[in-house]
Design a protein around this ligand. Sequence first.
Ligand SMILES: *Cc1c(COP(=O)(O)O)cnc(C)c1O
Length: 407
Amino acid sequence: MNNQDLLNIAQEHGSPVYVYNGETIVSQYERLVSAFAKAKNLRIHYAVKALSNLSILKLFKQLGAGLDTVSLQEVELGLAAGVDPKKIIFTPNGVSLEEIEKVATKGVQINIDNLSILEQFGSKHPEIPVCVRINPHVMAGGNANISVGHIDSKFGISIHQIPHILRIVENTGMRVNGVHMHTGSDILDIGVFLYATEILFETAAKFKDLEFIDFGSGFKVAYKEGDVATDIEDLGDQLSDRFNKFCKDYGRDITMAFEPGKFLVSEAGYFLAQVNVVKQTTSTVFAGVDSGFNHLIRPMLYGSYHGIENISNSEGRKRFYSVVGYICETDTFANNRQIAEITEGDILAFSNAGAYCFSMASNYNSRYRPAEVLWYQGEAHLIRERETMKDILRGQKEVELEIAMPA
Ligand SMILES: *Cc1c(COP(=O)(O)O)cnc(C)c1O
């Protein structure tokens, strides 16, 4: 998929538009599987929240992946894509017992992350095996917003509460068939991650009915040159050996599971937006595009970096720009970014736009959410139409109040 292909897609489907390269998704999936080739039973649960289009879920199904889901609706999307419920894990945080029960009736693997729900669920449904989410209190990343394993995190059951889990299991007669952790969003240092897995192995050994251990995710990809990415091959090699040794000590082979989102889809995605205005001010040159944080919020929400290329003039002389949106808010995609000279009407391509981009899009300013296109072997498939005014109006009820005017 080259710049001309992207331009053709923008031409055909309009802008802004999300484009996903299916070949990149396939190769990232294969890369992950081969990194862990030494582990006997491997299961990859794709984290649906990263990018939840049905056609993307179907692609993962075809690859043999399962799904990691965090809401009843994500479970329903997975089932609609034809994924076997037994290959779906439900890993919510802070949801009601009722929602967990609804998901359980669909035959999906339940993962529970607090003692209160564990006790209630086990008392009512001792026959349904559950996984428990453990918080190993390891800070895997650098950014406290996206590190979820540390001491103040709302996620998981503390490793210091394992005796309490065991007591609930004994009292209710329920069965724990998996242990899980998800330490944070970015693994920069494999050593830190392996340290956390040791805590999980130690915990796992205390449960006798395990079918799997789920090591979560946090596999980081590079967003710009010089970024540290998770060395997945090194991690796969070391952790597979360690896992096999665990199975030997445990007395039987169980499954090793992961649930990556970003690693599988981030680099596959491009967000294409058209430049409406080039505005010179006394201090900078703004390039204003036909989008904003309603379509791509990561730069404003997390300060995330997305590469920006002017694909209409890729060979042009580089100049410094502030790339901003058209929303009536400060919505800066990038400051002081060197981009090939921009003319109004040019198409800018934002890279790493596969994960947490469309799935976080909104209708703010009553704008339509963009179309999505899946590219595979030279063909562009429209997988979501751009919204229309109908979508904006759907569900709204027009109530006209009889206003009592002041006398
Ligand atoms: C979000 C999430 C993931 C995926 O994280 P990535 O950083 O996108 O790989 C995996 N597991 C759980 C429980 C999550 O909440």
